[in-house]
Design a binder for this molecule. Sequence first.
Ligand SMILES: [Zn+2]
Length: 50
Amino acid sequence: MREIISLNCGECKRKNYTVTKNKKAHQEKLEVARFCRACRKHTPHKEGKV
Ligand SMILES: [Zn+2]
């Protein structure tokens, strides 16, 4: 059971990426450093609704 989620920039809140994740294997909130084109730097991205 994999769900599509978005990764939202922690600074500007833009939805920069979509990923799939297995909710049973990873119940905690995903947080990864990704490059944000709006901020033009790496920022922590958190999962959100697509
Ligand atoms: Zn940003």
